[in-house]
Design a protein around this ligand. Structure first.
Ligand SMILES: NC(=O)c1ccc[n+]([C@@H]2O[C@H](COP(=O)([O-])OP(=O)(O)OC[C@H]3O[C@@H](n4cnc5c(N)ncnc54)[C@H](O)[C@@H]3O)[C@@H](O)[C@H]2O)c1
Length: 260
């Protein structure tokens, strides 16, 4: 897809980390970017910096997402690119010893549903509502009407102890990719996901320095955390390169996560 000043893009989670880097990369390539995020102050700041708009959107609410797309499309026109980075989840082991109760406690179904809603259901919501709008786009010379990029995680393939919710919901995101790409193939909308390894974003940088150092040392090459702009660069390439479709791509310096 050719990206220029007529190309509208939506980036969820664009106020921070990988979403922010995606929004910056798309804006630098000329796109008009709408940032969907719950963090109003940070989202507005990014939008101002890249000449885009901020839409206060909670990805776990259908009503809020629909309102966000309406606002973004009114300002920039129908998006051709959607990048979904935001998520909400919880962690915990399937069975963990509860010292107070003196017995094993099961991670609740309620906790599990919370993560599946915040990761998998939200990914379907964003992608399908965006595709519905993209279907009205004029096709380009390749017959293409849009490109959707979801964010999974290496935990989709090597989920660690305590990541039962996150790992399985992210695997579900990868599971969306092929059937949705096939569903949307007759309309000319591509669907891919990126599985980041360990990236230096506020999500990770909250950890202690010794933890960050040992995480960096565990990456085969390069021995460091990923830079958000490296994620943004792949987002841009996935949009530009029209032959990428139904791919789940690891971006991870060859890391394979150990059980813990
Ligand atoms: N950073 C990593 O190492 C890493 C690794 C693997 C996968 N990921 C995935 O990448 C994505 C982005 O992670 P990040 O590291 O950039 O995180 P981040 O915390 O830096 O940014 C997440 C953004 O999402 C927003 N957000 C949270 N809940 C929201 C909601 N309900 N509605 C709308 N916006 C909401 C936050 O306000 C924030 O701006 C996530 O899906 C995460 O699972 C990150």
């Amino acid at each position: 897809m050719k990206i220029d000043s007529t190309t509208a893009a939506v980036v969820t989670g664009g106020a921070s980390g990988l979403g922010r880097a995606s929004a910056e990369a798309l804006a630098a390539a000329g796109a008009k970017v709408a940032i969907f995020d719950v963090n109003e102050a940070a989202g507005q700041e990014v939008a101002d910096a890249i000449g885009g708009i901020f839409c206060k959107v909670d990805i776990t609410s259908e009503e809020s997402v629909v309102a966000g797309f309406t606002q973004a499309r009114a300002a920039h026109g129908q998006e051709r690119i959607t990048v979904h980075c935001a998520m909400t989840s919880r962690r915990g082991k399937t069975l963990a010893f509860d010292k107070e109760a003196g017995k094993l406690k099961r991670l609740s179904t309620e906790d599990y549903i919370y993560g599946v809603q915040g990761i998998l259901v939200a990914s379907y919501r964003i992608a399908s509502l965006s595709a519905e709008g993209m279907a009205g786009n004029e096709p380009n010379e390749d017959g293409e009407r849009g490109c959707i990029t979801l964010t999974a995680s290496v935990a989709a393939q090597d989920g660690q102890i305590g990541q039962i919710i996150y790992g399985s919901a992210k695997a579900g995101v990868n599971g969306l990719v092929l059937p949705m790409a096939r569903d949307l193939s007759d309309i000319g909308i591509r669907v891919n996901s990126i599985m980041p390894g360990i990236f230096a974003t506020p999500l990770m940088l909250g950890a202690k320095q010794n933890v960050l150092d040992s995480l960096a040392a565990s990456v085969p090459f390069p021995k460091r955390l990923g830079k958000p702009e490296e994620f943004g660069s792949l987002v841009l390439e996935l949009a530009r390169n029209g032959y990428f479709n139904a791919q789940c791509i690891r971006l991870d310096g060859a890391i394979r996560m150990a059980p813990r």
